[in-house]
Ligand binder design. Structure first.
Ligand code: PMP
Length: 349
């Protein structure tokens, strides 16, 4: 073995859901929105003529649009290449202690990957038997906390008061609240940003704004923490956001009516779908997201996963022991979900 092997940072990477080729597939495995982005976004193609130039490193147009939308100052907004980028930067910036950072054992499976990548000590705290986070478990010395609310892949949302208790009991560390799915029914922790100095709320355009392919995420916090985040970003890569993303993000924010209408369609389909699968012997925690986390009373999840795949329907299955009898099913269009229900009727019915 060459000596340089010892100097290499070795990581077990996060494995994203499959992105299959082909049109005949019903793709319900990566929590994308089944509807297109706002027509205003699609009409903005003139931005591509400006690609010769570097984008604005401060991403000002988008930062300002987000600040206005959320009624905060523009120095309270940080934008990045999807919330994955914002979260990775946040781990790098805020989690520099020798103490362990805390997050649930069942949550977004990128958190432990970033902790490993950045050599951050961490502790995964078990959720209870119903997959609920136990907030008092987070009232211990720590180097930071990250909570997805609503949580993934369970879909469970906790109220603002729950997150506030965690924040209040941890004045010595930064609490990151990952709100990737909040628009589908969660309660936002944004009010805590004004009340406490240690809260960072992270959002994405990938789910509720139907823009996973554009890669826009952002953080809202106080100006001090946002400055620390920007200092790390400018020490790493000044031009994270490309020119079209900035313009397309602004257009999406400008079309509130379309945004609300698409969320309503997804939520209505989710409520219909849950009733249908309950009739077939599935149960799932109450979802406040654009997916459901379902298990069947008798048919193993892996069998359903494989049979669905053979029928061109892709779902998400995780091998983690606590959840390996569950499937995470993204809410597609009503037609897609009808096809899934008729497949399930035949398969488990
Ligand atoms: N947080 C959670 C909880 C997620 O499920 C995802 C989607 N994989 C992300 C963050 C990252 O999404 P994006 O980078 O597309 O904003």
């Amino acid at each position: 073995m060459p000596a340089w092997e010892n100097n290499i940072r070795k990581v077990v990477p996060y494995v994203p859901g499959e992105q299959p080729k082909g049109d005949s597939i019903i793709k319900l495995n990566t929590n994308e929105n089944p509807y297109p982005p706002s027509p205003r976004v699609l009409a903005k193609s003139e931005e591509f003529e400006k690609l010769r130039l570097y984008p604005d490193p401060k991403a000002e147009v988008l930062v300002e649009a987000l600040a206005k939308y959320h009624h905060v100052d523009s120095n309270q907004v940080f934008v990045g290449v999807g919330s994955d980028d914002v979260l990775a930067m946040s781990f790098m910036t805020f989690f520099n202690s020798d103490k362990e950072i805390l997050f649930p054992d069942i949550t977004y499976s990128f958190y432990d990957v970033w902790a490993e990548l950045f050599n951050i000590p961490y502790k995964q705290i078990p959720v209870d038997k119903d997959f609920r986070i136990i907030k008092s478990d987070y009232f211990i010395p720590n180097g930071g906390i990250v909570i997805a609310n609503p949580n993934a892949p369970t879909g469970i949302a906790e109220p603002l008061s729950f997150i506030e208790d965690i924040v209040k009991n941890n004045p010595d560390s930064i609490v990151i609240v990952d709100e990737a799915y909040v628009d589908f029914g969660g309660e936002t922790s944004l009010p805590l940003v004004d009340k406490y100095d240690n809260v960072v709320v992270v959002r994405t355009f990938s789910k509720s704004r139907s823009m996973a392919g554009v890669r826009i995420g952002y953080a809202i916090s106080n100006s001090k923490l946002i400055k620390y985040l920007n200092d790390v970003k400018y020490s790493y890569n000044s031009y994270t956001m490309n020119m079209p993303s900035l313009a397309l993000g602004v257009e999406s924010i400008a079309d509130e009516e379309y945004f609300q209408a698409m969320i309503k369609k997804v939520v209505d389909t989710r409520e219909w779908f849950v009733k249908e699968i309950n009739k077939l012997g599935f149960t799932c925690p109450k979802s406040s997201t654009n997916f459901v986390f379902a298990t069947h009373k008798s048919v193993p999840a892996t069998d359903i996963f494989k049979a669905a795949r053979e029928n061109n329907i892709i779902l998400r299955h995780f091998s983690n022991e606590r959840i390996n009898n569950y499937l995470r099913i993204t809410i597609g269009t009503k037609e897609e979900m009808e096809k899934l229900v008729s497949f399930l009727k035949k398969y488990v019915g």
